[in-house]
Design a protein around this ligand. Structure first.
Ligand SMILES: NC(=O)c1ccc[n+]([C@@H]2O[C@H](COP(=O)([O-])OP(=O)(O)OC[C@H]3O[C@@H](n4cnc5c(N)ncnc54)[C@H](OP(=O)(O)O)[C@@H]3O)[C@@H](O)[C@H]2O)c1
Length: 306
C-alpha cells in the first residue's frame, strides 16, 4: 500500500479571488469546510451576501476585491492584516476569457484580458506578500490547459495563460528562498458560468468586426464555439475536483509545481511538451480549415511574387 501523502493542517487564512461564481465560489466554500478562514473576493456586495448565506462554518468572509483596481487590492491586504495578521494562502483564481480570431480582438479587449488574468494577479501577489511571508504561505495561480498550447480563436486567453504560467515560474523561483511556495492549478473544461460568458462574447466579436473580416472567420469560428460549448457540457471534471487540487496545493507538505485538473488539461500539457510545433499546427489545423473559404481566389496580379 502506498504511504498516505503528508499534509499540513488546513489552518490560517486564505484569500480567494473571483469567488462570486464557478470555480472560485466552490473553492472558497470547500476551503472553509476544510478548516481555513477564507476571505472570498467578489466584485459586488450582493454576491458576497449570497456566498455568506451558503457558508456553513462561520469562517468565510466576503470582501469586495476587483483585482484591476489598486485601491481594492490594497484594501484586501489591509483587511487580511487587520483580521488575521498573516496569510496561509492566496488563490489567484479570478479570470475572464476574451474569445475570437486575433484579427477581430481590439486592443482594449486584449489589454483587458491581460489586465485581469495577469497584471491583476501580480498586484494581488505584491500587496499580500508580507502577510504570506509571515506564515510561510502559498500562492496558487489558476491557469488552464491553454497555458501551454495556444488553440486558434482563443489566442487572447491563451496569451494571458502563457503569461500567467511564466509569471508563476518566476515567482516560484524568486519566492522559494523566503519560504513562500508557488503552485499552478491548471484545469481543463469544467462547466461553470464562464462558458455562457464566452459564448456571448464570441457573438459580439463577429458583430463588431468589419463585415469582410467577420465573413472570413464566421463559419470556422462559429463551429469552434459550438464545439467548445459541447466540450464543457460533456466534461466530467467538476468544480469539486478543482477545489480538491487547490486544497492540495495549500496543504501538501511538498507542494507540486503544477496540479492538472481533468484528463483534457493533462493531455494538452503532454501534447505541448512532446509534439514539435509543426505537428501541433497540424493538430489544430482542422479548427481553421474553412477560414477564408468563402472568398474568391485572388487574381494572379494580386499574388505576392515568389
Ligand atoms: N471553467 C473552466 O472550464 C476553466 C478552465 C480552465 C481555466 N479556468 C480558469 O478558472 C478561473 C475561474 O473560472 P470560472 O470557470 O470559475 O469562471 P467564472 O464562473 O466566470 O468566474 C470568474 C470569476 O472571476 C471574477 N472576476 C472577473 N474579473 C474580475 C476582476 N477584475 N477582479 C476580481 N474578480 C474578477 C468574476 O467576478 P464577477 O462575477 O463579478 O464577474 C468571477 O467571480 C479563471 O481564471 C479561468 O480562466 C476555467
Amino acid at each position: 500500500m502506498l504511504p498516505a501523502r503528508r499534509r499540513l493542517p488546513a489552518q490560517g487564512a486564505v484569500v480567494v479571488t473571483g469567488a462570486s461564481s464557478g470555480l472560485g465560489r466552490e473553492c472558497a466554500l470547500a476551503l472553509e469546510e476544510r478548516g481555513f478562514h477564507v476571505i472570498a473576493g467578489v466584485r459586488r456586495s450582493e454576491d458576497g451576501e449570497k456566498l455568506l448565506a451558503e457558508s456553513l462554518h462561520g469562517r468565510l468572509r466576503p470582501a469586495v476585491i476587483d483585482i484591476t483596481d489598486e485601491a481594492s487590492v490594497r484594501a484586501s491586504a489591509e483587511l487580511a492584516a487587520r483580521e488575521y495578521g498573516a496569510l496561509r494562502g492566496l488563490v489567484n483564481n479570478a479570470g475572464i476569457c476574451v474569445p475570437g480570431p486575433l484579427e477581430c480582438v481590439e486592443g482594449d479587449q486584449f489589454r483587458r484580458q491581460l489586465d485581469v488574468n495577469v497584471v491583476g494577479h501580480l498586484e494581488m501577489v505584491r500587496a499580500h506578500l508580507p502577510l504570506l511571508r509571515r506564515a510561510r504561505g502559498r500562492i496558487v495561480n489558476v491557469t488552464s490547459g491553454l497555458g501551454k498550447a495556444a488553440v486558434p480563436f482563443l489566442g487572447a486567453y491563451a496569451t494571458a495563460q502563457f503569461a500567467k504560467e511564466a509569471m508563476s515560474d518566476a515567482l516560484r523561483r524568486e519566492l522559494a528562498p523566503g519560504g513562500v511556495r508557488v503552485s499552478i492549478v491548471a484545469p481543463g473544461a469544467i462547466l461553470t458560468p464562464i462558458w455562457g460568458k464566452v459564448s456571448d462574447a464570441g457573438e459580439r466579436v463577429l458583430r463588431d468586426a468589419p463585415p469582410a473580416v467577420a465573413e472570413r472567420y464566421r463559419a470556422a469560428f462559429t463551429a469552434f464555439m459550438a464545439g467548445n460549448g459541447q466540450q464543457a457540457l460533456a466534461s466530467r471534471t467538476t468544480p469539486e475536483d478543482f477545489a480538491r487540487a487547490v486544497a492540495r496545493a495549500l496543504t501538501d507538505v511538498r507542494p507540486r509545481t503544477r496540479y492538472w485538473v481533468g484528463a483534457d488539461a493533462r493531455r494538452m500539457g503532454r501534447l505541448a511538451r512532446l509534439l514539435p510545433d509543426a505537428l501541433l499546427d497540424r493538430r489544430f489545423g482542422g479548427i481553421t480549415a474553412t477560414v477564408g473559404a468563402s472568398e474568391a481566389a485572388p487574381a494572379p496580379a494580386d499574388r505576392t511574387p515568389t
